[in-house]
Design a protein around this ligand. Structure first.
Ligand SMILES: *[C@@H]1O[C@H](CO)[C@@H](O)[C@H](O)[C@H]1NC(C)=O
Ligand SMILES: *[C@@H]1O[C@H](CO)[C@@H](O)[C@H](O)[C@H]1NC(C)=O
Ligand SMILES: *[C@@H]1O[C@H](CO)[C@@H](O)[C@H](O)[C@H]1NC(C)=O
Ligand SMILES: *[C@@H]1O[C@H](CO)[C@@H](O)[C@H](O)[C@H]1NC(C)=O
Length: 955
């Protein structure tokens, strides 16, 4: 028997070592060396047979590794110089791994078979090695969106097969190299179609020698550099050109007339330079769609003829260019015209768009010109901006064109136009356009020179979606659907579009599919229609990999076991199967660990929090980029609050929903535990007097909470009088009631009960109808097993803090009641709890004189409460407040008793406590009047003096 087992184990060992022989040993060594320097390599990179073992991202041919494609894997670390040993390597794609850094090894020049080198959107730095010029087979070189420094290596000129050269968005300096006797240069690249060098720090002149009639370039993108001198006339020799971007440089001199010979150019960007001389004649550029010559120093020039003759124009931008004279009617009739942007010129006379203008015309921006009259024919109803023209100085029919803005188009989103029944997804998943919940692969598509400017036209995106789907089908990738959303023009004048790719047949993609999708986009295998022009994609790390790659390996071990078992007999079969089972179990555990380590989706950073995945209900996960976009890049203008935690920004989600994004400061993150607590608590409680959580972000080292937006700010601001909202007695009662109800819900109806621990006027928000909502559960504590009290580190805000809790460190719901009592006092005095050394509770105790009217508290009250009017129920209110701040918790009421008390005070005051505040909006000055002015901030609205606010009725 023993011998039998031994024999079998030998068979096993033999099988394993035999299968190891499928990969060339040099390649195994090289891959192992590469793997050693990386973190997060694919989960099946195990063992010593990359080719036979089907390692994710590795393709072999005759036991040699021929391609490595690992985009969006979350790889971290440096690229090993030992890659040089993979001498048969043809394609290397490591795109969208932000964690890959360090310099590109010089030895990469040894990979003489390499045809595709793609490192888009990583963090490589240092110079691009000169040895890159030795890669004689290189056809596709994309190094864009890294941090490469130094000069463009002249040796690139030796890459005679190169058709794609993308070095954009790096930190490259120096001049554009051209050949010079012995040294090569980019002018030698006569088979190259793409020069993408934008967003670097290239300087010097554009050498005239760079361009020749032999070239077949279609895209010359040099935008956003520091290039000087004039545009070389030789550019006009490259007849194949379709897109030219030289904008955002320091180019000077006259625009060469030879440009007019470029009859295939559809997009021409020369804006933001210091070009001089007359506005160029573009009459010959028949297919020009998009032309931007803004912000240059041209001579004052009459409106050029080509404005009216170029039939393909979609976009004409010439801001700040000293154009003069009257605009011809004919220029608005190019059939595809969408945007005319001619602000800050010297256009004068009468504006007459005529009736024959383009159907697609969306925007005519003529601000700050000298237009003295406008012929209103009524046909055009889109945006026309005439502010800053003499015509706006007279009031009359033109007035509506003299203010900003007239119209905003809602942002596009695939999901809003899909026609299936919407589904509610688990918080970490998203609904696909086919209404299935899944984990999409996400990223941003950047179009560097789209031919259109009307971003609100959904037909473009629908076309793009269809072509994406078709492409995924061609490459047999398991994609259910794609979603595009939120088209925006960024400061580089690139069009950004959010892309989400949804898996089919499963909720998750596996690593192998992600690397293929990434490659399809990084290798430009996907080609959108010409409408969109040149693009690149930056993928996000995918945080929800399925385990398929591991399962395939474990099922392999099972089949190995079956073979051996059949050879060795029953008993051993059981043994081997058990071992195989254990192995599979181990692998599954490992896979679970890998997935758990991935922090963007399903997981929680275990180093920062005590337990694993947050238990969420109804809150969704947001990516960092989504929130960045929705808050206008966390702009100052969007800031609506700040505190020790960080800042709060107002944001707009693609569906138009307003949100408040609370962003933890870098470095001073809330502890993972508190963050998680807040998410969990907020997502679990739903009450109209509690601020609800829309979602959260735990991505790219950021912690953000996304709340419903509560438009009227905090009670504290309102009490301070800064917000212009007047709170009279009845409104204060309503605020008290709403907050009490919110808090009572936390104590009595949340399961487990929640103690807020930081009730204060800063944490009470007011909505558009002045309904109060309790916010900020950051310090909340849910009651665990011990029902009566919790012993905790004392937290809260001075002035509101329950002294009993402070001394005993025993937290109960009654501590919230104390803070609420302080809030009730603050509500009538509008004073901070501790002001100039005086504590409001003590002040009250010593001032109250129950024999006097209003308990003799006139001096302490906020005059805005309406002291002249009768404050019905006031004394009862003060009694309640003082009851709440009793020394001993047991003497204080519960929150539900507080609610009942306030309700009865409201009845004394003649108010219906159960009326929705909404129905009182008419008495507040009316949002129903059809105009959208702020109902509370309005100056002329006078709320004092016998306004019939007692007539509040339930809805
Ligand atoms: C541009 O075309 C004109 C004829 O239209 C020709 O005379 C001129 O030489 C061309 N310029 C260049 C630089 O090719
Ligand atoms: C282009 O020039 C205008 C006017 O000088 C300036 O406001 C704008 O910021 C510039 N844009 C860029 C991207 O430099
Ligand atoms: C427009 O300005 C030009 C000078 O740039 C002047 O000759 C012309 O008379 C002006 N037209 C009108 C209608 O004011
Ligand atoms: C990369 O893209 C090119 C087209 O841009 C295509 O011809 C080539 O086959 C792609 N490479 C692979 C390995 O798919």
């Amino acid at each position: 028997m023993d011998k039998k087992i031994q024999a079998c184990l030998l068979v096993v060992l033999f099988q394993i070592s035999f299968s190891g022989a499928q990969t060339n040993s040099n390649d195994v060594a090289a891959l192992n060396s590469i793997r050693l320097l990386w973190k997060n390599t694919p989960s099946n990179w195990e063992g010593s047979d990359p080719c036979g073992g089907g390692w994710v991202g590795i393709t072999c041919n005759n036991s040699r590794v021929v391609s490595i494609t690992l985009s969006s894997m979350g790889l971290k670390g440096q690229l090993s110089g030992d890659i040089q040993s993979l001498s048969e390597l043809q394609a290397l794609d490591l795109s969208y791994n932000k964690g890959l850094n360090g310099s590109l090894p010089v030895s990469i020049g040894s990979l003489t078979k390499l045809s595709n080198l793609i490192l888009v959107g990583c963090s490589f730095s240092g110079p691009i090695p000169d040895t890159i010029g030795s890669l004689k087979q290189l056809a596709f070189l994309s190094l864009n969106s890294n941090s490469f420094t130094g000069e463009i290596p002249p040796s690139i000129g030796n890459l005679s097969k190169l058709y794609w050269l993308d070095l954009a968005d790096n930190k490259l300096t120096g001049t554009i190299p051209v050949s010079n006797g012995s040294t090569p240069g980019l002018d030698m690249l006569i088979h190259t179609k793409h020069f993408h060098f934008g967003k670097n720090q290239l300087s010097g002149t554009i050498p005239p020698q760079l361009f020749s009639s032999e070239m077949i370039l279609i895209h010359v993108l040099f935008d956003n550099n520091q290039l000087t001198g004039s545009i070389p006339p030789t550019l006009g020799l490259v007849k194949t050109l379709e897109v030219v971007r030289l904008d955002r440089n320091l180019l000077s001199g006259h625009v060469p007339s030879s440009l007019n010979n470029l009859t295939s150019v559809s997009e021409l960007h020369l804006s933001n330079n210091t070009l001089t001389g007359p506005v160029p004649d573009l009459t010959g550029m028949d297919v020009l769609n998009y032309v931007d010559l803004s912000n240059n120093s041209f001579d004052a020039t009459d409106i050029p003829q080509w404005f009216s003759t170029l039939e393909s124009l979609t976009t004409l931008a010439m801001e700040y260019t000293q154009l003069k004279g009257q605009l011809p009617q004919a220029m608005f009739s190019a059939p595809q015209l969408q945007t005319v942007s001619l602000r800050n010129n010297r256009i004068n006379g009468t504006l007459d768009i005529g009736l024959n203008f383009s159907n697609e015309l969306e925007l005519i921006d003529l601000q700050k010109n000298f237009i003295s009259a406008f012929v209103e024919r009524g046909g055009y109803s889109n945006q026309l901006l005439l502010q800053g023209n003499p015509v706006c100085e007279e009031s009359g029919a033109t007035a509506k064109y003299c203010t900003l803005p007239q119209k905003t188009t809602p942002p596009y989103s695939t999901n809003t136009i899909s026609n299936c029944t919407p589904v509610l997804c688990p918080p970490d998943q998203k609904a696909s356009p086919n209404c299935k919940c899944a984990y999409p692969y996400m990223g941003i598509l950047y179009f560097r020179a789209p031919s259109f400017s009307d971003l609100g036209n959904s037909s473009y995106y629908v076309t793009l979606e269809k072509s994406l789907i078709a492409s995924f089908q061609t490459y047999q990738l398991p994609v259910d659907s794609v979603s595009l959303s939120d088209p925006t023009k960024d400061s580089d004048n690139y069009l950004e579009l959010d892309l989400e790719v949804f898996p089919s047949g499963s909720e998750r993609f596996n690593q192998s599919v992600i690397s293929k999708i990434g490659f399809m986009l990084s290798n430009q295998t996907f080609k959108p229609s010409k409408l969109f022009g040149p693009y690149f994609f930056i993928g996000s790390e995918y945080g929800a990999f399925a385990e398929t790659s591991i399962q395939s390996e474990s099922s392999k071990s099972v089949s190995l076991g079956v073979i051996i078992g059949a050879a060795c007999g029953g008993f051993v079969l059981v043994l081997v199967l058990t071992l195989a089972g254990l192995y599979a179990f181990h692998q599954k555990r490992r896979a679970e660990k890998v997935i758990a380590q991935n922090k963007s989706f399903s997981s929680w950073d275990p180093s920062k929090s005590s337990s694993s995945i947050p238990q969420l209900k109804g809150a969704r996960w947001f990516s960092y980029n989504e929130l960045k976009k929705s808050t206008n890049n966390f702009s100052e203008a969007n800031t609506i609050g700040s505190g020790g935690y960080g800042k709060v920004y107002k944001g707009t989600l693609p569906n138009g929903q307003l949100v408040a994004v609370k962003r933890a400061q870098q470095g001073s993150m809330q502890g993972g535990i508190e963050f998680k607590t807040e998410i969990e608590l907020l997502s679990r409680v739903h009450h109209k007097n509690l601020v609800s959580l829309v979602g959260f972000c735990f991505d790219q080292d950021e912690q953000m909470l996304v709340y419903e937006y509560v438009p009227n700010g905090t009670l504290k601001e309102t009490l301070s009088g800064k917000s212009g909202i007047r709170l009279d007695w009845t409104r204060r009662l309503r605020v008290a009631l709403c907050s009490a109800r919110g808090l009572a819900y936390l104590h009595d109806h949340a399961d487990p009960p929640i103690i807020h621990r930081d009730i204060k006027s800063n944490n009470i928000l007011l909505d558009e109808r002045l309904n109060a909502k309790v916010a900020d559960f950051g310090l909340s504590k849910s009651m665990g097993e011990e029902k009566d009290h919790l012993t905790t580190q004392v937290k809260g805000t001075m002035g509101y803090l329950d002294p009993e809790y402070y001394m005993s460190q025993q937290l109960t719901e009654k501590s919230d009641v104390y803070s609420f009592g302080v809030l009730l006092l603050e509500l009538i005095t509008a004073k901070k709890p501790i002001e100039r050394g005086r504590y409001i509770v003590r002040e009250m105790r010593i001032t109250i004189d129950k024999t006097k009217d209003l308990y003799g508290l006139h001096e302490l009250l906020d005059p805005a409460i309406g002291l002249g009017t009768s404050l019905k129920g006031f004394e009862k209110y003060v009694d309640l407040a003082m009851w709440c701040v009793e020394e001993s918790g047991t003497d204080r009421p519960t929150m539900s008793e507080v609610v009942k008390e306030i309700e009865s005070i409201m009845q004394i005051a003649g108010l219906n406590p159960n009326a929705e505040s909404a129905s009182t909006s008419a008495t507040y000055g009316g949002t129903s009047g059809g105009h959208s002015r702020h109902p509370y901030g309005h100056e002329s609205f006078d709320y004092s003096g016998g306004y019939p606010h007692a007539k509040v009725e339930p809805q």
